[in-house]
Design a protein around this ligand. Structure first.
Ligand code: UDX
Length: 432
């Protein structure tokens, strides 16, 4: 079976490489020719640990090829994965323009049976919509099936998540199509849930929104912990040992970011409003997330005296470690607030780069942590890159003008840093 993946973004490339690793012959299709050239030469268009090796491996095995030519790509492949983007529209709804274009492109070009698999995160009801778009674009009635098979990949650990998913969700109305997609994944040992397409579509949104809810709950509780002199990380350990709750996604910090949680929660709330349902819990989840970094910056500012006129080092600008993605990253909000307060901001990240238009005399990015921290009044840690945890903080202290260390991810050993002379403060912990 030959497989076509439409859309060579993060999900598309990971899915293509997973299927090649599972032994299938895969073609990656994208209209962006420079992206196709990069991929064909073994270069990923984004940073993701482990994926570049897999790309080079399967370029060599010839199980993966890339093209911008839709005609032959659709003709040659019986199974087609839709992995195109579904960005947020101005009103928070998911913009399905790329899904529609892909569906119409398949409908116009298909000359034999196709199984279309929707991997992109799409609103409930999109599966039916794709069936309509393909049918309308067809010049003669050729059979096809559309299956919903959402992905649950996390940036930074996409390869592991793809090879060992917690579950495989298949939303299908047709038994033969279900068997066909199960055949593709037969080498994976994960449980398979076969359900209706609409249910599959909602599972993806419900899972992301629930994970964000866990984070915002712990983040809000962290505010109370600060007042009570209780350590939120200790609370998380005790709470997470209850198997009904589980230990994951209880880490308090400066908030969640990235391309999925914010976008998917907006889309789910939009869909709910269309059905005259208010998802009030999610409204609060968003509100806590929007105010979390500012809440703790106010506390840190009191400790420091003021941000105005101070030089502040910001370490880690990606929305989480092991990615170069700064979309909705809490660090960007923190930097903006520091600039508004007339602070000079010095930034470092192991991989991610600030866009050039943001840089100025007041805001600069440096290659080394040493340069970044030189003559600063405080350090704010925004994403928990391993190298920041492993650094010799004792040595680095001498670089600072004032040894204030604000840990937005509770990733460092506060007691040790205090003994090394730092004024250490994190999220949801005793103030002294
Ligand atoms: C998420 C989902 O986890 C994944 O299943 C889906 O397919 C895409 O969206 P991703 O956005 O890559 O993945 O990152 P994730 O690891 O979920 O983290 C999201 C944000 O939450 C990050 O900013 C992270 O720092 C934050 N986070 C995570 C916390 O603040 N606390 C936690 O305990 C966990």
């Amino acid at each position: 079976m030959n497989i076509l993946i439409m859309g060579m973004g993060y999900v598309g490339v990971t899915t293509a490489l997973l299927l090649a690793e599972l032994g299938w012959y895969v073609t990656g299709l994208d209209p962006n020719e420079s992206k196709i050239r990069m991929l064909s030469h073994g270069t990923l268009p984004f940073y993701e640990p482990g994926l570049d090796e897999l790309l080079r491996k399967h370029l060599a095995t010839r199980r993966i090829t890339f093209t911008s030519e839709s005609d032959t790509a659709v003709y040659d492949n019986e199974i087609i994965f839709l992995c195109v983007g579904t960005p947020s529209g101005n009103d928070g709804s998911a913009d399905l323009q790329f899904i529609k274009e892909a569906a119409e492109s398949i409908g116009m070009r298909m000359q034999g049976y196709k199984l279309i698999v929707i991997k992109s995160t799409v609103p409930v009801g999109t599966n039916e919509q794709v069936v309509q778009w393909i049918t309308q674009a067809q010049t003669s009635a050729i059979p096809f099936d559309v299956i919903s098979n959402p992905e649950f990949l996390r940036e930074g650990s996409a390869l592991q998540d793809a090879l060992e998913p917690d579950r495989i969700i298949i939303g299908s109305e047709n038994d033969q199509a279900t068997v066909l997609i199960q055949t593709l994944y037969k080498k994976l040992s994960s449980p398979v849930v076969v359900t209706k397409p609409k249910t599959a579509e909602l599972i993806k949104y419900a899972a992301n929104a629930f994970l964000a809810t866990k984070i915002s709950y712990m983040n809000e509780l962290a505010r109370l912990c600060t007042k009570m002199g209780v350590n939120i990380a200790d609370v998380a350990v005790g709470v997470g040992m209850d198997h009904r709750i589980g230990p994951h996604f209880l880490r308090a910090g400066i908030g969640y970011g990235g391309s999925c949680f914010p976008k998917d929660i907006h889309a789910l709330r939009f869909a709910a409003r269309e059905h005259d349902v208010d998802l009030t819990i999610l409204e609060k989840v968003v509100q806590v997330n929007k105010t979390q970094a500012v809440y703790f910056m106010d506390i840190w500012e009191q400790l420091l005296g003021s941000f105005t006129g101070k030089t502040i080092a910001v370490l880690g600008i990606s929305f989480k470690p092991d990615t170069d993605d700064i979309r909705e990253a809490p660090a960007i909000g923190i930097i903006t607030k520091l600039l508004e307060n007339s602070a000079v901001v010095k930034v470092h990240d192991p991989i991610a780069k600030l866009p050039i238009h943001m840089l100025s005399e007041q805001l600069q990015q440096f290659e080394s942590v040493e340069e970044t921290m030189q003559d600063c009044d405080a350090v704010i840690l925004c994403s928990e890159w391993k190298q920041y945890i492993a650094m010799d903080w004792g040595q680095l202290r001498s670089r600072l003008r004032q040894p204030y260390l604000f840990d937005g991810r509770n990733m460092l050993d506060g007691a040790k840093l205090t003994s090394q002379g730092y004024h250490y403060s994190g999220i949801g912990m005793s103030m002294g």
